[in-house]
Design a binder for this molecule. Structure first.
Ligand SMILES: C[S@@+](CC[C@H](N)C(=O)[O-])C[C@H]1O[C@@H](n2cnc3c(N)ncnc32)[C@H](O)[C@@H]1O
Length: 211
Protein backbone atom coordinates (compact mmCIF):
# COMPACT_ATOMS: atom_id res chain seq x y z
CA UNK A 1 0.00 0.00 0.00
CA UNK A 2 1.40 3.39 -0.99
CA UNK A 3 1.60 5.74 1.97
CA UNK A 4 0.97 9.50 2.19
CA UNK A 5 -1.09 9.51 -1.00
CA UNK A 6 -4.77 9.87 -1.85
CA UNK A 7 -6.18 6.92 -3.75
CA UNK A 8 -8.87 8.10 -6.15
CA UNK A 9 -11.55 5.42 -6.18
CA UNK A 10 -14.35 3.66 -4.34
CA UNK A 11 -13.24 3.12 -0.75
CA UNK A 12 -15.22 -0.10 -0.42
CA UNK A 13 -13.29 -1.69 -3.26
CA UNK A 14 -9.97 -0.21 -2.11
CA UNK A 15 -10.46 -1.35 1.50
CA UNK A 16 -11.45 -4.86 0.33
CA UNK A 17 -7.99 -5.05 -1.26
CA UNK A 18 -6.23 -4.08 2.01
CA UNK A 19 -4.98 -6.70 4.50
CA UNK A 20 -6.71 -7.16 7.86
CA UNK A 21 -5.49 -5.21 10.90
CA UNK A 22 -3.20 -2.87 8.95
CA UNK A 23 -4.18 0.65 10.15
CA UNK A 24 -3.67 2.24 13.57
CA UNK A 25 -6.49 4.77 13.47
CA UNK A 26 -9.41 5.70 11.22
CA UNK A 27 -10.81 9.24 11.18
CA UNK A 28 -13.54 9.74 8.63
CA UNK A 29 -16.56 11.74 7.59
CA UNK A 30 -18.78 9.64 5.30
CA UNK A 31 -21.65 11.06 3.23
CA UNK A 32 -24.51 11.87 5.59
CA UNK A 33 -27.21 10.06 3.65
CA UNK A 34 -29.49 13.08 3.54
CA UNK A 35 -29.51 13.68 -0.21
CA UNK A 36 -29.27 17.46 -0.09
CA UNK A 37 -27.11 19.96 -1.94
CA UNK A 38 -24.91 22.29 0.10
CA UNK A 39 -23.85 25.91 0.11
CA UNK A 40 -25.01 28.81 -1.98
CA UNK A 41 -24.06 27.05 -5.23
CA UNK A 42 -25.69 23.69 -4.37
CA UNK A 43 -22.67 21.43 -4.27
CA UNK A 44 -23.53 17.75 -4.36
CA UNK A 45 -21.69 14.88 -2.66
CA UNK A 46 -21.41 11.46 -4.26
CA UNK A 47 -23.32 8.71 -2.44
CA UNK A 48 -25.08 11.27 -0.28
CA UNK A 49 -28.42 9.68 -1.15
CA UNK A 50 -27.10 6.27 -0.13
CA UNK A 51 -26.87 5.66 3.64
CA UNK A 52 -25.91 2.03 2.97
CA UNK A 53 -22.43 3.17 1.92
CA UNK A 54 -21.74 3.64 5.63
CA UNK A 55 -22.74 0.07 6.43
CA UNK A 56 -20.44 -1.41 3.80
CA UNK A 57 -17.62 0.87 4.92
CA UNK A 58 -18.07 0.02 8.62
CA UNK A 59 -17.66 -3.69 7.90
CA UNK A 60 -14.40 -3.10 6.01
CA UNK A 61 -13.12 -0.51 8.49
CA UNK A 62 -13.53 -3.02 11.34
CA UNK A 63 -11.58 -5.64 9.40
CA UNK A 64 -8.61 -3.41 8.49
CA UNK A 65 -8.30 -1.63 11.86
CA UNK A 66 -5.71 -3.09 14.24
CA UNK A 67 -6.87 -4.53 17.56
CA UNK A 68 -7.14 -2.05 20.45
CA UNK A 69 -7.60 0.91 18.12
CA UNK A 70 -10.30 3.53 17.48
CA UNK A 71 -12.45 4.90 14.70
CA UNK A 72 -13.80 8.46 14.78
CA UNK A 73 -16.86 8.86 12.58
CA UNK A 74 -18.36 12.29 11.89
CA UNK A 75 -22.12 12.38 11.48
CA UNK A 76 -25.18 14.58 12.07
CA UNK A 77 -28.27 14.26 14.25
CA UNK A 78 -30.44 12.91 11.42
CA UNK A 79 -28.11 10.10 10.47
CA UNK A 80 -27.01 9.25 14.01
CA UNK A 81 -29.90 6.89 14.99
CA UNK A 82 -29.50 4.83 11.81
CA UNK A 83 -25.75 4.56 12.31
CA UNK A 84 -25.83 3.56 15.97
CA UNK A 85 -28.56 0.98 15.28
CA UNK A 86 -26.49 -0.55 12.49
CA UNK A 87 -23.23 -0.46 14.47
CA UNK A 88 -24.64 -2.10 17.57
CA UNK A 89 -26.65 -4.74 15.73
CA UNK A 90 -24.41 -5.64 12.82
CA UNK A 91 -20.76 -4.80 13.64
CA UNK A 92 -18.36 -5.77 16.42
CA UNK A 93 -17.42 -2.15 17.18
CA UNK A 94 -18.11 -0.92 20.69
CA UNK A 95 -19.68 2.55 20.73
CA UNK A 96 -17.38 4.19 23.26
CA UNK A 97 -18.53 7.79 23.23
CA UNK A 98 -20.21 10.60 21.36
CA UNK A 99 -18.18 13.79 20.95
CA UNK A 100 -19.86 17.05 20.02
CA UNK A 101 -17.96 19.44 17.80
CA UNK A 102 -19.27 22.88 18.71
CA UNK A 103 -18.46 25.44 16.05
CA UNK A 104 -17.44 28.98 17.01
CA UNK A 105 -19.62 30.27 14.20
CA UNK A 106 -22.90 28.93 12.83
CA UNK A 107 -23.65 27.99 9.23
CA UNK A 108 -26.29 28.64 6.62
CA UNK A 109 -29.89 27.57 7.12
CA UNK A 110 -33.38 28.61 8.19
CA UNK A 111 -34.94 28.77 11.66
CA UNK A 112 -32.35 26.46 13.32
CA UNK A 113 -28.85 27.25 12.12
CA UNK A 114 -26.26 24.50 12.36
CA UNK A 115 -23.65 24.99 15.05
CA UNK A 116 -22.60 21.47 15.99
CA UNK A 117 -21.69 18.11 14.50
CA UNK A 118 -21.41 14.71 16.12
CA UNK A 119 -18.39 12.43 16.20
CA UNK A 120 -18.95 8.80 17.15
CA UNK A 121 -15.98 7.14 18.84
CA UNK A 122 -15.95 3.42 18.03
CA UNK A 123 -13.54 0.90 19.47
CA UNK A 124 -12.09 -2.41 18.32
CA UNK A 125 -10.80 -4.04 21.53
CA UNK A 126 -9.59 -1.69 24.27
CA UNK A 127 -7.73 1.29 22.81
CA UNK A 128 -5.54 3.64 24.89
CA UNK A 129 -5.99 7.41 24.78
CA UNK A 130 -3.18 9.93 25.17
CA UNK A 131 -4.70 13.18 26.43
CA UNK A 132 -5.89 13.67 30.00
CA UNK A 133 -8.00 16.73 29.14
CA UNK A 134 -9.93 15.66 26.04
CA UNK A 135 -13.44 16.99 26.54
CA UNK A 136 -16.44 15.39 24.84
CA UNK A 137 -17.38 18.87 23.67
CA UNK A 138 -14.70 20.15 21.31
CA UNK A 139 -14.86 23.76 20.18
CA UNK A 140 -13.35 24.66 16.80
CA UNK A 141 -14.22 26.96 13.92
CA UNK A 142 -15.90 25.59 10.82
CA UNK A 143 -14.43 26.22 7.38
CA UNK A 144 -16.31 28.90 5.48
CA UNK A 145 -17.77 27.93 2.10
CA UNK A 146 -16.49 29.44 -1.08
CA UNK A 147 -17.40 28.53 -4.67
CA UNK A 148 -14.84 25.77 -4.94
CA UNK A 149 -14.09 24.21 -1.59
CA UNK A 150 -15.58 21.03 -0.17
CA UNK A 151 -18.83 21.81 1.69
CA UNK A 152 -17.80 19.45 4.53
CA UNK A 153 -14.16 20.36 4.93
CA UNK A 154 -13.11 19.80 8.55
CA UNK A 155 -10.84 22.09 10.59
CA UNK A 156 -7.24 20.98 11.06
CA UNK A 157 -7.04 21.92 14.74
CA UNK A 158 -9.92 19.56 15.61
CA UNK A 159 -8.54 16.72 13.48
CA UNK A 160 -5.03 17.07 14.90
CA UNK A 161 -6.37 16.90 18.45
CA UNK A 162 -8.34 13.73 17.70
CA UNK A 163 -5.34 12.11 16.00
CA UNK A 164 -2.96 13.04 18.82
CA UNK A 165 -5.42 11.63 21.36
CA UNK A 166 -5.58 8.24 19.64
CA UNK A 167 -2.26 7.56 17.92
CA UNK A 168 1.50 7.94 18.22
CA UNK A 169 4.10 9.44 15.91
CA UNK A 170 4.65 7.20 12.87
CA UNK A 171 1.27 5.43 13.18
CA UNK A 172 -0.79 4.90 10.03
CA UNK A 173 -4.07 6.82 9.85
CA UNK A 174 -6.75 6.12 7.22
CA UNK A 175 -9.54 8.38 5.95
CA UNK A 176 -11.62 6.39 3.41
CA UNK A 177 -13.94 9.36 2.65
CA UNK A 178 -11.14 11.91 2.41
CA UNK A 179 -12.90 14.74 0.53
CA UNK A 180 -10.48 17.67 0.39
CA UNK A 181 -7.91 15.67 2.36
CA UNK A 182 -8.18 17.50 5.68
CA UNK A 183 -7.38 14.37 7.74
CA UNK A 184 -4.37 13.72 5.50
CA UNK A 185 -3.14 17.29 5.94
CA UNK A 186 -3.54 17.03 9.72
CA UNK A 187 -1.47 13.83 9.71
CA UNK A 188 1.31 15.50 7.71
CA UNK A 189 1.51 18.30 10.26
CA UNK A 190 1.88 15.99 13.26
CA UNK A 191 4.05 13.22 11.86
CA UNK A 192 1.57 10.42 11.18
CA UNK A 193 1.65 8.24 8.08
CA UNK A 194 -1.63 8.42 6.20
CA UNK A 195 -3.73 7.06 3.37
CA UNK A 196 -6.78 8.88 2.00
CA UNK A 197 -9.39 7.48 -0.38
CA UNK A 198 -11.75 9.75 -2.33
CA UNK A 199 -14.14 8.89 -5.14
CA UNK A 200 -14.62 12.37 -6.55
CA UNK A 201 -11.54 14.01 -8.09
CA UNK A 202 -13.20 17.46 -7.85
CA UNK A 203 -12.38 17.69 -4.16
CA UNK A 204 -8.80 16.40 -3.96
CA UNK A 205 -6.39 19.28 -3.26
CA UNK A 206 -3.79 20.04 -5.97
CA UNK A 207 -0.91 19.56 -3.56
CA UNK A 208 -1.69 15.87 -2.91
CA UNK A 209 -0.09 12.95 -4.71
CA UNK A 210 -2.97 10.95 -6.17
CA UNK A 211 -2.76 7.29 -7.21
C1 LIG B 1 -18.63 14.36 4.05
S1 LIG B 1 -17.49 14.33 2.75
C2 LIG B 1 -15.88 14.31 3.51
C3 LIG B 1 -15.26 15.69 3.61
C4 LIG B 1 -13.90 15.68 4.29
N1 LIG B 1 -14.03 15.38 5.69
C5 LIG B 1 -13.16 17.01 4.13
O1 LIG B 1 -12.67 17.54 5.15
O2 LIG B 1 -13.05 17.52 3.00
C6 LIG B 1 -17.66 12.68 2.17
C7 LIG B 1 -16.81 12.36 0.96
O3 LIG B 1 -16.94 10.97 0.62
C8 LIG B 1 -16.78 10.86 -0.78
N2 LIG B 1 -17.29 9.55 -1.20
C9 LIG B 1 -18.57 9.18 -1.40
N3 LIG B 1 -18.64 7.87 -1.71
C10 LIG B 1 -17.36 7.41 -1.69
C11 LIG B 1 -16.78 6.14 -1.92
N4 LIG B 1 -17.53 5.07 -2.24
N5 LIG B 1 -15.45 6.01 -1.81
C12 LIG B 1 -14.67 7.08 -1.50
N6 LIG B 1 -15.16 8.32 -1.27
C13 LIG B 1 -16.49 8.48 -1.37
C14 LIG B 1 -17.52 12.06 -1.34
O4 LIG B 1 -17.10 12.38 -2.65
C15 LIG B 1 -17.19 13.12 -0.31
O5 LIG B 1 -16.09 13.91 -0.72
Amino acid sequence: MELNKIIQGDCIEVMRGMPGRCVDLIVTDPPYGDNVAYGFNNKTIKNNENPLINCLALVEMYRILKLNRSLYLFTNWKHYPFLTEFISRYTKFKIRHLVVWRKHNFGLGWAFRHQYELILVLEKGKPKYNLKNFSDVQTASHINHNKLNHPHEKPLDLLKKIIIHSSSEGDLVLDPFAGSGSTCRACEEIGRKWVGIELDGRWIGMDFKVV
